[in-house]
Design a protein around this ligand. Structure first.
Ligand SMILES: Cc1cc2nc3c(=O)[nH]c(=O)nc-3n(C[C@H](O)[C@H](O)[C@H](O)COP(=O)(O)OP(=O)(O)OC[C@H]3O[C@@H](n4cnc5c(N)ncnc54)[C@H](O)[C@@H]3O)c2cc1C
Length: 283
């Protein structure tokens, strides 16, 4: 429910001016905001960003891809993008049902900063950056630095996330996304993994990025494992489990969905399988 002031500007400058005048509840699809209100919550001083035309859509900017903040998961699924984006599309298909994907946005998923947000591991694996705009101009941050903890980001009170930027150099090759939940659909992850893999002509790994979500306060990259597998042949990569030390960046918790130990084992197996999916796609 909304009471008090509700603004739905059509241009970004107006939205940023409103934000510069004082705190507002930024609202996109509302699929995280409204459930968080509970039965009796009320929204006040709302800034609805969904009518701002230049925050929506996906464009090729030469050396990078730009995904506007209010691009919905359904928009993303319909977009023609290189195979490296398959991990992000597969994650998008997992965000609720179709109605949620029609309303929920990529910026909302990032700004909500849930440890279980499905969009985050693929964006980490793609080396995505966020563009943050205010009346004073804009700045860019790596997604890895933007999310600082559960429900915590670097977004300042007077800023909007205006776009997600993905360097073309990181969007090469193929990718995969695997999510484990307690059932197949409409489920919060126990663990999820995104992998982007680029191979040479002689089928060795040229570039590999691996990220894991739901197994630490903030989803993270497994950089030691990435470095270890660099140069490996696709024929024998991931044939057996990886050593535990490669999963040291993870710090899973025990909760209602899973024990920490099960999460860790699941993450390790999902990483192995996601790499195999990529290797097979390059056959
Ligand atoms: C039934 C259901 C199932 C779901 N299943 C999943 C799931 O499987 N996986 C998953 O990851 N998520 C899931 N979600 C959560 C949600 O749908 C996604 O996180 C979605 O991407 C949120 O986008 P939104 O536009 O609705 O965000 P909103 O709810 O509008 O906003 C979320 C947060 O982001 C802020 N925000 C939004 N846009 C901006 C911006 N441009 N600049 C600054 N701040 C901004 C808002 O202020 C708010 O704090 C589910 C939600 C529901 C209701």
């Amino acid at each position: 429910m909304v009471s008090g002031s509700y603004e739905r500007p059509v241009d970004l400058e107006h939205a940023l001016t409103l934000l510069a005048q004082g705190p507002r509840q930024v609202l996109a699809g509302g699929t995280d905001v409204y459930p968080a209100l509970g039965d009796h919550g009320v929204l006040d001083r709302v800034l609805d960003v969904t009518a701002i035309a230049n925050l929506k859509g996906i464009s090729d900017e030469g050396d990078q891809w730009r995904i506007g903040a209010t691009t919905t998961w359904s928009d993303l699924l319909k977009a023609e993008l290189p195979a490296a984006f398959d991990c992000l599309k597969l994650a998008g298909r997992e965000v609720g049902g179709i109605q949620i994907q029609n309303a929920g946005t990529i910026a909302g998923n990032l700004c909500n900063a849930s440890p279980a947000a499905d969009g985050v591991p693929p964006l980490l694996a793609l080396d995505a950056r966020v563009e943050l705009a205010s009346v004073n101009g804009s700045r860019e941050l790596a997604v890895e630095s933007f999310i600082t903890g559960p429900r915590q980001t670097e977004l300042a009170q007077d800023e909007l996330l205006s776009a997600v930027l993905i360097p073309k150099s990181s969007a090469q090759g193929v990718s995969s996304f695997l999510k484990l939940g307690s059932r197949k659909y409409l489920v919060i992850s126990i663990a999820m993994v995104a992998v982007v893999l680029e191979a040479t002509d002689d089928r060795t790994i040229k570039h590999l990025s691996i990220s894991v979500g739901s197994c630490s306060a903030v989803a993270c990259r497994l950089r030691e494992l990435e470095a270890e597998l660099q140069g490996c042949s696709l024929e024998n990569v991931a044939q057996s489990p990886f050593a535990d030390r490669f999963f040291a960046p993870l710090s899973p918790i025990d909760d209602i969905r899973s024990s920490a130990r099960y999460r860790l084992d699941a993450a390790a197996e999902l990483v192995r399988r996601a790499i195999l999916v990529c290797a097979e796609a390059l056959q």
